[in-house]
Ligand binder design. Structure first.
Ligand SMILES: Cc1cc2nc3c(=O)[nH]c(=O)nc-3n(C[C@H](O)[C@H](O)[C@H](O)COP(=O)(O)OP(=O)(O)OC[C@H]3O[C@@H](n4cnc5c(N)ncnc54)[C@H](O)[C@@H]3O)c2cc1C
Length: 370
């Protein structure tokens, strides 16, 4: 079968691996001019561990993981620690729940994609129609047309395939009231110890160390903001404004680092909720179909599990329509469970008032072992 995958990140690379491994002829188009870098660490857990194992990358994932012994220190404007949160001891011991740099995982997945997969960077889909043989005729941005048996949208929360096949994004977005922005390497703020967090009402500046370098993660509460998700200059301005006047600790430096970062990342903390992730010879995999949100810790796991589930359904079901139905059915309970836990942590990391910040800190101090 000829398959076109849009997006070469976690979902797209894993799907490319499994489909090529099952003998399909795979082309991947990616809008960026290479694998898109950026972001902090992501979690590989639950069924994704088995997927990584079956791909032959699990030992490398474990070897290259970020240490799990994360302590959250909540500081005040002077930098003094007000409270600490230490994850339960069994989290440290759980070797089947791994945190790894997003870039490192993407590189491992890329290396696991068979050589005969055709990658086309700096390329994207502009139209999808029905071909005379019932397949999909896909127009690329250079005007060329590929006729394929299946299109896979693995192009993230703002999926172009979803927009072209299922309609405007807004109807599927469930905004959780938060935005995040990241700079992977901050040089001006020193090396943090674990994760250090400063809150003002509805805003958070977090520094996270992986032992050698420090990332800055900014978050703020906000209603849905209408903006062009490809206009990076406008996004930098949104972040700059959201953190205007945030003083104390190293917050101004961290904000300046994020706003000016080369690998600047900004997005809403939202879920994608759809009644089905498949259409006529089309399937959505990963955030494109069922983004669980930035703070769920499940986005990468869903993407990897979904990629393999789609490939297996195509292998086992009699024909593409039956396979797409089987994929939908297999993923539904997994996605619903992941999306149900998505906004855990928001109250802890984004208290909305000064009193709520004090209460959070007092509760953590009271719960800390003597
Ligand atoms: C730069 C970046 C940083 C991130 N940082 C974090 C993080 O720190 N923590 C976290 O939990 N999650 C982060 N995420 C999200 C995380 O990667 C996903 O939630 C999860 O791994 C599922 O991945 P995905 O492949 O479905 O989507 P994504 O990782 O979002 O990948 C989508 C891919 O599709 C490409 N693409 C987009 N539009 C098109 C188009 N029209 N045509 C072709 N290609 C297109 C993108 O460039 C990207 O490579 C980040 C995502 C990105 C892109």
């Amino acid at each position: 079968m000829d398959v076109l995958i849009s997006g070469a990140s976690i979902a797209g690379l894993t799907t490319a691996h499994w489909l090529a491994r099952h003998g399909h002829h795979v082309t991947v188009v990616e809008r960026s001019d290479g694998l898109r870098s950026g972001g902090v660490s992501i979690d590989v857990r639950e069924e994704a561990v088995e997927v990584a194992r079956a791909m032959g990358i699990w030992e490398d994932v474990r070897r290259l993981r970020v240490p799990h012994d994360d302590v959250y220190r909540f500081v005040d404007e002077s930098g003094a620690t007000q409270a600490e949160l230490r994850p339960a001891a069994d989290v440290y011991d759980n070797t089947e729940d791994v945190e790894i740099s997003r870039d490192v995982l993407a590189d491992l997945l890329r290396a696991a994609v068979p050589d005969d997969v055709d990658f086309r960077f700096d390329t994207w889909i502009t139209a999808i129609t029905t071909a005379p043989d019932g397949g999909r005729a896909v127009t690329l941005d250079d005007g060329s047309v590929l006729v394929v048996d299946l299109v896979v949208g693995a192009d993230g929360m703002h999926s172009a395939v979803r927009e072209l096949v299922f309609g405007p994004e807004r109807q599927f977005v469930h905004h959780l009231g938060l935005y995040v922005s990241i700079a992977k390497r901050c040089r001006s703020v020193g090396v943090a110890t674990g994760s250090e967090v400063l809150n003002t009402p509805g805003r958070m500046v977090m520094l996270r160390s992986d032992g050698t370098s420090t990332s800055a993660l900014l978050g703020f509460r906000s209603e849905w903001l209408e903006h062009d998700f490809r206009d990076v200059a406008a996004q930098r301005e949104i972040v700059r404004r959201a953190f205007a006047g945030m003083e104390g600790w190293v917050a101004p430096e961290a904000v300046a680092e994020v706003v000016g970062a080369e690998d600047f990342y900004f997005d809403s903390v939202s879920q994608i909720r759809m009644p089905s992730w498949t259409g006529e010879r089309t399937a959505l995999v990963g955030d494109a179909g069922y983004c669980a949100s930035f703070f769920s810790g499940m986005g990468t796991t869903l993407a990897m599990v979904g990629a393999r589930a789609l490939a297996e359904a195509l292998e086992e079901a009699p024909g593409v329509p039956a396979a797409l139905r089987a994929y939908d059915q297999r993923m539904r309970p997994i996605v619903e469970r992941a999306q149900a836990i998505a906004d855990q942590g928001a109250a802890l990391l984004f208290p909305t008032t000064r009193e709520a910040i004090e209460e959070r800190n007092a509760a953590l101090r009271a719960a800390a072992p003597a």
